[in-house]
Design a protein. Structure first.
Length: 238
């Protein structure tokens, strides 16, 4: 079929690898110090790699090429996550989805009403710094980005926020890092349906809200999002 696909000028390519990192589909690989389009069926023709190239070595062309195979891309992402080395060599950081059976009284209320409060967490890890940007559970996800302290301050955090969402947590003050770049990669490379930010009322928590706001703008996607603020005594604020 004739379709739009990227073209790499190897003479202009300086081998920086920025395009390969920006290609969330894995269509580009670095071979012998040069970027090469190794899987035409992985290239969606959207060009996320173009602005990443510092030498303008990448352009679009229309030519005969296999159709974009989204199913193969998702399968390759899943395989890559499973095979990826563990950060810091710690087994506890290995990415995985968590599948839970429905509790017969899951929405009945608090502990005293049905005997136990079950976790609603659906994936691991949860720290923004540790989660892989192309984890399969991001596809079609409603994303929760929460400040560390919110789960301790707000009693029904699992039921009201974690339930039916993929959870990412962090503290911009203690981590001393801007989460915008990591969040941008997650939003750009996955089909995120919505984003909910839960922060504390303290001023330093504005960092996590701003990181999400910047990431949404940088991703170029129109994704519904909301911010919920929790008081230090555990109340939800308007």
């Amino acid at each position: 079929m004739i379709r739009k696909i990227i073209k790499i000028d190897e003479e202009k390519c300086n081998g920086c690898g920025a395009c390969a990192a920006a290609c969330h589909e894995g269509a580009i690989e670095m071979i012998d110090g040069k970027a090469k389009l190794t899987r035409e069926d992985y290239c969606d023709g959207l060009g996320d790699c173009l602005p990443a190239c510092p030498t303008d070595a990448i352009s679009f062309e229309e030519r005969e090429a296999p159709a974009y195979d989204e199913t193969a891309v998702l399968a390759a992402k899943k395989k890559a996550v499973a095979a990826a080395p563990l950060p810091c060599g710690c087994p506890g950081t290995k990415s995985r989805a968590i599948h839970r059976d429905a509790h017969p009284h899951a929405d009945a209320g608090r502990k005293e009403e049905y005997g136990s409060i079950e976790s609603r967490l659906s994936q691991w890890p949860v720290q923004i710094k540790l989660v892989p940007v192309n984890a399969p559970y991001f596809e079609g996800a409603n994303l929760l980005v929460a400040a560390d302290c919110t789960a301790y301050a707000y009693g029904d955090f699992h039921r009201d926020f974690i339930k039916n969402r993929i959870t990412l947590i962090g503290c911009p003050k203690l981590d001393d890092v801007d989460y915008s770049e990591k969040l941008t990669a997650i939003l750009s490379g996955n089909n995120i349906k919505s984003v909910t930010v839960v922060r504390m009322e303290v001023p330093c928590c504005g960092g996590i809200e701003n990181a999400v706001k910047n990431a949404l703008q940088a991703s170029g996607k129109m994704i519904p999002w909301q911010v919920v603020t929790i008081s230090t005594d555990g109340r939800g604020l308007e």
